[in-house]
Design a protein around this ligand. Sequence first.
Ligand code: CA
Length: 235
Amino acid sequence: MSGAHLLLVEDDAVARTAVAQNLAGHGYVVAETGDAAGALRSWDAARPDLIVLDLGLPDLDGLAVIRRVRRESATPILVLSARGREADKIEALEAGADDYVTKPYGIGELRARVAALLRRAGGAGVEPSGVLRNGSIALDTSRRVVAVGGRELDLTPREYELLKQMLAAPGRVLTRGRLLRAVWGTAYSDEGHYLHVYVSRLRRKLAAADPGGDARDLVSAEPGVGYRVREPPSD
Ligand code: CA
C-alpha cells in the first residue's frame, strides 16, 4: 500500500535511519522517533496507518505503547524484538501486537510483513455473510458448518472453535495462551499439550478432506510462541 503512513519507533538511530530510508524508498511516508514518549506524541498527533515498534526503548517499555494504542484503535502494530526474548514477543502479541520480526532481521522481511499487515487492515476479515475463508476452507459462523473444497467436514465443538480462531486471524501469529484461553477457557492457558494434540488432529482432518491440496498448511508452528496462520492464497 504505497503512500501509507508508518510510525517507526526504534532507539538505535543508525538502524532507524536505515530502515526509514528503505521504507521511504518504497513509497511509504515514514515518521521516526527514538522513544515511547515520542511514539505516543506522534500517535496522538498523526494516527499512522501502521506502527513498527522496537520493544526495548529507553524510557517506557514498548508494551506500554501497544496497550495505549490498542485502547484506542486496531491500527496494525509490528514489533521488533531481540533474539532469545520469546517471553517479550508473547507478551507483546497478547497485548495486541499483530506480528513481529526478530532482530537481526532482513529489511525485505520487514517490508513483506508491513505490506501484509496493511493489506489485511484494508479489508480482510469476516464476510458480511459470516463465512470465514482461507483457500479451500470455508467456515460458516451462523450455521456452524465447515466445508473443505465444498464438502462438509465433521469436527468436534473444540476443533470447530480452534479452526474459527485460526480463520479469523489470517497472516497473524496466535500465541498458545491466546488459543487455549479462547477455546478451552482461562484455566487452561498453560496446558500447551492440549493445543498440540488438537492442532495435529485438525491438520489431519483438513488434509484428509483436501487430498493433494494445501488445507493442511493453514497454520505453521512459530517455535516458542504459537502458530502462524497463512494469508489466504490469492486466486
Ligand atoms: Ca532498542
